[in-house]
Design a protein around this ligand. Structure first.
Ligand code: CA
Length: 227
């Protein structure tokens, strides 16, 4: 099967778009730049890229609208760029369906790493699953967790938190969203509670796997399950 290596960058800052293009091309991707939003949706659906890098503030049509319109018709992974970290929280709340968020300024290397991670995830898995030492199994009837066949002893809340992240791999959740999902009835729980539960989950998973950490911290935002 032919690998789709095409990345579409929708970014009106020409110098930034050009740098990102160079880095992505060096990493083996084919890159097309759109410098405004007006025909972005049509172009994305037409080209069918492996992934879209989408700026939020664009002339013609904003990234938010583009993301929504593309999502209505396509599951193509979308990385959203924003200029403010506070904005990411608001965007998450809108459930746009973007796969990841990057706050400007970010390094082109960071973008390449995110692109790779997302595309790795969307590749069809081959080979028997049982050989994967990091296969995570969550049984919500028994609250039991296994990583690569080995039991991990999580508390009920840790289980719920991991399950919420795991259900939407790659999707970034803010702490507030995780609080709503995992502790909807508990007003006493605060954002930092999420951090300490995440810390415990990581420690317990690592105690079984050595150093594997399935949870990615998204600076200033929250967490995502990354496997
Ligand atoms: Ca812009």
């Amino acid at each position: 099967m032919e690998m789709n290596n095409k990345i579409l960058i929708v970014e009106d800052e020409a110098s930034l778009a050009e740098i990102l293009k160079q880095y992505l091309e060096q990493a083996g991707y084919e890159v097309e730049i759109l410098s405004e939003g007006r025909h972005a949706v049509e172009r994305i659906l037409d080209v069918g890229p492996a992934l879209v890098v989408l700026d939020l503030m664009l002339p013609g049509k904003d990234g938010l609208t583009i993301c929504r319109e593309v999502r209505a018709k396509s599951e193509v992974p979308i990385i959203m760029e924003t200029a403010k970290v506070e904005e990411i929280d608001r965007l998450l709340g809108l459930e746009l369906g973007a796969d990841d968020y990057l706050c400007k300024p970010f390094s082109p290397r960071e973008l390449v790493a995110r692109v790779r991670a997302i595309l790795r995830r969307s590749l069809p898995k081959d080979g028997p699953e049982s050989v994967d030492p990091h296969r995570l199994e969550l049984d919500s009837d028994t609250w039991k967790v296994q990583v690569g066949g080995q039991p991990v002893d999580l508390t009920r809340r840790e289980f719920q938190l991991l399950e919420a992240l795991h259900r939407r791999p790659g999707r970034v959740f803010s702490r507030a969203q995780l609080l709503d999902l995992v502790f909807p009835d508990d007003a006493a729980v605060i954002d930092r509670t999420i951090d300490s539960h995440i810390k415990n989950i990581r420690q317990k998973v690592k105690s079984v796997t050595g150093d594997w950490d399935p949870i990615r911290s998204v600076y200033g935002v929250g967490y995502a399950f990354e496997a």
